[in-house]
Design a protein. Structure first.
Length: 338
């Protein structure tokens, strides 16, 4: 069955400079050097992406790689120079301004690094704000806002002002506000990077809890690979405005498409990314009750290393599909597996 694609980018470019569209019309396959020699700043170059319904799609890259520009192009907060943006099959670049505003208000949610809370409004009023913009009366908007505040763990703080909240609590308000409109597509641009490490970890846990309940389609920007591998179903790596590789965290680590991706993932802890299924010996016989093939090596390392015999590996249905031994696990732990 074909995958359900929520959002697709087709040959999307964003060049800064005069007559950029004319340049692309004459040189649609221009490389980075040609773009720069022509005097343009290449923010996004020929991006092709399919974001699947219900997945967490993470976009990564160094500062200036184009990841934030690409996400803003996806929602047409920034107008692409060329290319197509298909949301549920509809070309957003062909949509009228009125239709686009309606889509943003009712089907898209956005959370950015800086919380952008309105300081003169309470938590409840901040969360209800996008609903009142839609034209809802205050009573149903407040009821919906109260539900979202409870969902993100801020029940009891409805009448606080942003200045009375910690950074992590303010970010939860931003998340609640974006969820209030029940978005089908949720954009998050480095939402946790301004938080200290402990609060950041807590927010990642909260985010995963919410996603398990809500099953949103999410495009998430981060420059932190540890954060990406915790959250992502798939990751896109960007460099100089171009998408270098799109893959699962495990595929990026084990089969990097370029030297750049390999270097980008060099210091990723392999045991937290590589699955048992990727390292097991297929159809081999092992002992024990069975280790899930979807588990990460880090999760099963202690069990396997402490046993003399290879341990049985099972699929989601509990059927034996192979075995994994101590040597294989140790090789992953000490970095002998790329």
């Amino acid at each position: 069955m074909a995958e359900n694609i929520k959002l697709a980018c087709r040959n999307v470019w964003k060049l800064y400079g005069p007559k950029a569209a004319d340049f692309l019309n004459s040189q649609p396959d221009a490389n980075l050097e040609q773009v720069k020699n022509a005097g343009f700043v290449p923010a996004v170059r020929d991006a092709n992406v399919d974001v699947r319904d219900g997945e967490i799609f993470v976009i990564m890259g160094l500062s200036g790689s184009g990841k934030s520009t690409l996400v803003r192009c996806m929602s047409r907060l920034i107008e692409p120079t060329s290319g197509a943006l298909l949301f549920e099959g509809q070309d957003l670049r062909a949509a009228s301004e009125k239709a686009l505003i309606d889509i943003r208000r009712h089907k898209m949610g956005m959370v950015f690094q800086h919380f952008a809370l309105l300081p003169h409004l309470t938590v409840l009023e901040n969360v209800a704000f996008p609903l009142t913009i839609q034209g809802q009366s205050m009573h149903p908007a407040s009821e919906r806002a109260a539900e979202m505040i409870e969902l993100v763990g801020l029940g009891g703080r409805e009448n606080y002002y942003p200045r009375e909240l910690s950074g992590g609590q303010q970010q939860r308000v931003g998340i609640a506000r974006s969820l209030a409109v029940e978005p089908e597509l949720w954009f998050l641009d480095e939402p946790f990077s301004a938080l200290d490490p402990l609060i950041r970890r807590e927010m990642q846990d909260e985010f995963l809890r919410l996603q398990a309940m809500l099953k949103k389609t999410i495009v998430f920007i981060t420059h932190d690979f540890d954060e990406a591998i915790r959250l992502a179903d798939r990751i896109a790596i960007m460099k100089d405005g171009a998408i270098i590789q799109v893959a699962t965290p495990e595929e990026l680590v084990m089969n990097p498409a370029s030297d750049y991706v390999e270097e980008f993932t060099r210091h990723v802890p392999r045991d937290k990314v590589i699955s048992v299924g990727a390292m097991m010996k297929k159809d081999a016989v092992g002992e024990g009750p069975g280790l899930p093939m979807a588990s990460k090596i880090a999760d099963i390392a202690e069990v396997v290393v402490s046993e003399n015999a290879p341990q049985q590996v099972v699929d989601a249905a509990g059927k034996s599909v192979g075995a994994i031994d101590r040597e294989t696990v140790i090789n992953v732990l000490i970095g002998r597996v790329r």
